[in-house]
Design a protein around this ligand. Structure first.
Ligand code: ADP
Length: 248
């Protein structure tokens, strides 16, 4: 077995806005099929970090190496998505007027099909892929409903299913539990743990109950760099973390 490099390696990334450092020499490594939770106070740089990884923001300094060979800081957003990096924003964007299964069908990799394709016959392989994805995101029973009729939590899962249809190697997820019921929150933690068996997931999250449910390594950002990293118990006992984040 050849040694596989770290999936994502942010090395000394600095992002300045008019001299203000939103990221300040941030270094962070994410492994293949690792799930990582990113926490930290507002303004810590969490969103800016995601923006750098997806090519939305170009850092002033540093590099972001993907699979040991692609420097994301020199690629545009489309090229980065093509490499296998998917991002889920807080607000789900699904096609409300289409059924749950058609939303997933439209998202399938290799066939960014026109809407007219919805009326054409589906191949057996497409059907199988849609079935598997619906099962994975717990929406099989709702497949023929219009996406607009789903609960907030179900819409989030549908969007996760649509992102999985692109077969990303790394999935970035922004506060998936926001606005969810307790049950949906617990189900979402299960779902993300399941996804992280086969691909890496980075979750930005404020809900500490949810982070505890995820049961993964935690990185706490503060003023654009890593303040503490490790199991939640260790990070949440860190005096500086309590001072700047948890103790408020
Ligand atoms: P978080 O997601 O952790 O709340 P952000 O990454 O959104 O933090 O922001 C980090 C800091 O950078 C904040 O102080 C924010 O005001 C600043 N910032 C983010 N984007 C911009 C921008 N486009 N222009 C100027 N300042 C920005």
């Amino acid at each position: 077995e050849p040694v596989t490099p770290t999936l994502l390696y942010l090395d000394n990334v600095t992002v300045s806005f008019d001299g203000f450092r939103a990221l300040n020499a941030l270094s962070l490594a994410i492994d293949h099929a690792e799930m990582r939770a990113i926490i930290g106070p507002n303004g810590a740089g969490k969103t800016t970090m995601m923006d750098v990884i997806t090519g939305k923001t170009r850092p002033n300094e540093g590099s972001a190496l993907f699979e040991g060979m692609h420097d994301l800081t020199s690629l545009d957003e489309a090229a980065i998505a093509e490499l296998g990096i998917g991002r889920k924003f807080q607000t789900p964007t699904v096609f409300d007027m289409h059924t749950v299964e058609d939303n997933v069908l439209l998202a399938l990799k290799d066939d960014r099909r026109p809407f007219s394709a919805l009326f054409s016959r589906r191949t057996a392989s497409e059907r199988e892929r849609v079935d598997a994805l619906l099962e994975r995101v717990r929406l099989t029973a709702h497949r023929r409903r219009k996406a607009g009729e789903l609960s907030h939590g179900q819409k989030q899962w549908l969007e996760i299913g649509m992102l999985l249809a692109q077969e990303p190697k790394l999935l970035l997820v922004d506060e998936p539990a926001a606005g969810m019921t307790d049950q949906e929150t617990a189900d979402t933690a299960d779902l993300l743990r399941d996804i992280a068996k086969t691909r890496a997931v980075v979750v930005v999250e404020h809900d500490m109950t949810f982070v505890r449910d995820l049961d993964v390594k935690v990185t706490c950002l503060h003023e654009g760099s890593v303040l503490a990293e490790g199991p939640l118990d260790v990070v949440s006992a860190n005096e500086r973390v309590i001072e700047v984040y948890l103790g408020r």
